[in-house]
Design a protein. Structure first.
Length: 253
């Protein structure tokens, strides 16, 4: 099942999407602190988590995947929350201007254009062997603070059990996709949240490559955190999502 969880009730609906190599599990601690009058849905991307057997790892396929599952579930008043690679997909979904979309929250998102990546990082991802040792290296390299032990182990297991074809598609092909013209400039409310110690998609990348596409966007920088904000600062992130949800609901009145 691609929609991995559905909890709470009311409006808006937060649709939470995970980072590359992860799954809906990354949101567990965040969800525990979200208000119960917000509907919260987690959506796994093709090749990962509950969607490990789903094909289609390019931008077009992933965009269609998100839209089709949200519409099949008849979700309305959606705040689409994308983390890292799914942050780019959140923007490509928004470019389609679906009637149900109200706002974006982009957590250390990949930019619409080709993602800057070091040769070392690209080689590591291409040669990833799905061992526990390499999965731990992958997670450790993305964090600035220690994770909850249970969440850390789940993140390691998500990386180990990812679909190898999906995993290698991103560094070999999808990194280089250029969606800048298609995304254009999005006018809906958008928030970009990033840790100042993010090793992959730091504030400078967000300012230069993401914010120009968000005419109604705000950049928020969190000192002392890395790339995995939903697991590094779950309570703080939940508090911020609660506030954004309340603001979105008020705007609909």
């Amino acid at each position: 099942m691609t929609i991995a969880s559905d909890s709470g009730q009311g409006s808006p609906t937060l649709v939470l999407m995970h980072f590359f190599g992860s799954s809906h599990h990354e949101w567990q601690e965040v969800i525990e602190d979200l208000e119960t009058d917000i509907r919260v849905v987690t959506l796994d991307m093709p090749g990962f988590g509950a969607a490990s057997d789903v094909a289609g790892f390019d931008g077009v396929s992933m965009t269609r995947h998100v839209i089709e599952h949200i519409e099949a579930a008849a979700l309305t008043d959606v705040v689409l929350v994308g983390h890292s690679f799914s942050g780019r997909i959140a923007m490509t979904v928004a470019a389609e201007q679906p009637e149900w979309l109200r706002a974006l929250v982009l957590i250390a998102p990949s930019p619409p254009g080709p993602q800057p990546v070091s040769d070392e990082e690209q080689r590591f991802q291409l040669n990833f062997d799905f061992s526990e040792a390499q999965a731990r290296e992958f997670i450790d390299g993305a964090c600035q603070v220690a994770l909850d032990p249970a969440r850390y182990q789940q993140a390691v297991e998500d990386a180990i059990t990812a679909n190898p074809t999906a995993w290698r598609a991103w560094p070999s092909e999808t990194y280089a996709e250029d969606w800048r013209e298609r995304v254009g400039q999005l006018s809906l409310p958008a928030w970009v949240l990033v840790g100042d110690g993010d090793p992959s998609l730091p504030p400078a990348v967000q300012r230069e490559s993401v914010m120009p596409h968000l005419s109604n966007g705000a950049l928020e920088i969190y000192p002392g955190y890395g790339h995995l904000l939903p697991m590094e600062m779950p309570e703080t992130l939940a508090e911020r999502l609660n506030a954004i949800a309340a603001q979105t609901a008020a705007a609909r009145v």
